[in-house]
Design a protein around this ligand. Sequence first.
Ligand code: HEM
Length: 409
Amino acid sequence: MEDRTGQVVEAEAAAVLGFDPGDPAFRADPYAHYRRLAAGGRRLHRTDVGLRVTTSYDLCEQVLRDPQFGHRPEGGGLWRESRARNRSFLTMDPPDHTRLRRLVSKAFTPRLVERLRPRVEALVDELLDGVSGDVDLIATLAYPLPVIVISEMLGVPAQDRDLFKGWSDSLARGLDPDFLLPEDEIEQREKAREEFAAYFRDLAAQRRVRPQEDLLSALVSVSDGGDVLSEEELLATCVLLLVAGHETTVNLIGNGALALLRNPAQLELFRRRPENVQAAVEELLRYDPPVQLTLRAALEDVDLNGTFVERGKLVLLLTGAANRDPAVFEDSDRLDLTRYSDGRDTPRHLSFGHGIHFCLGAPLARLEGQVALKKLFERDVALADAGDLVYRDNLVLRGLRDLPVTIRA
Ligand code: HEM
């Protein structure tokens, strides 16, 4: 439709999804909506247009593990055919996914990430150094930290980093499925993606000639039994890593800080037991996850626990709801920073996904979240009263536009 506006799409989205993702009440507290959806007891819902939706932990896990579900049923998929050139392995199925993920994993290793710890610590100190009074925590810490880290990791020179600011907003919706986006947003996103790719094409050419100690040089030269990344695969991977680096960890830090500030007893525990920071961040990831959902399509006709799902039909997995499934998590709406402490056998949250697409950047995101929140709350921080908090306009990602706080030096 030529005259599609954002509003029309929101209305359509509500029909597709069975809820209106643009509704401020939903944005403020999606969990209340999830609870209502789950209250009927049915584990698999069907919206007016036939989309299947689930809030169940077991069902989300099951679909994410099941090779009968994926991204690309024959004759279509979640993303448009014409955009295929730009597709990263996030939205591919085996065997393409397997091959690319294996190649990229060889360059992006947990060891490489752990080596970054001192740099992440220094960056957090730098960003917080001398900061006092009323500040926006997103702009001060949550956004710049992951952007600088992923840029440095890839080998983007510091003076070029600002180039990304303009592109980043358009790419923020890059994780939302095309069928929920207005045409102009898709166009903007594709343009940003192409500009990003062009930028990396030049940088990659430089690294081929003169490799450096960075991830881009590693990706350029990575090989697996003679197999290498093609130019297009390399560029799509760089864009994926940059989008993931820009748009997700910011929300772990933002949502995590907000959850602690709203739960003073838990914040006190967080400060008193810094050695528990790993477990605390896992609980923050479970409690208010940066990525709220994912989608899969049936690659063939599937019998999903007695419900027939026709080939090509989509299942919306509300992993943000699954993380609070009362059948799996005790007192699931409560923030409990000891839930993942040693000796407690809490099931894993689904915030980094599950199965073959499990987040490749999880070790990096965890490292940044742990260091940022620990160092932030070594300071005296309070929530500033700035009216209602506003969330960014996004379906898959959940994150604040800004988070006003007062930091006392
Ligand atoms: C707190 C921060 C993050 C969260 C919550 C998160 C969450 C996720 C989730 C849920 C998926 C799976 C999506 C699906 O199955 O549909 C995923 C995949 C992925 N993430 Fe992350 N992510 C985070 C940070 C990062 C970072 C920092 C990077 C890298 C710089 C990254 C790189 C990736 C990649 C490459 C994939 C695709 C894996 C595959 O398809 O095999 N993520 N992430």
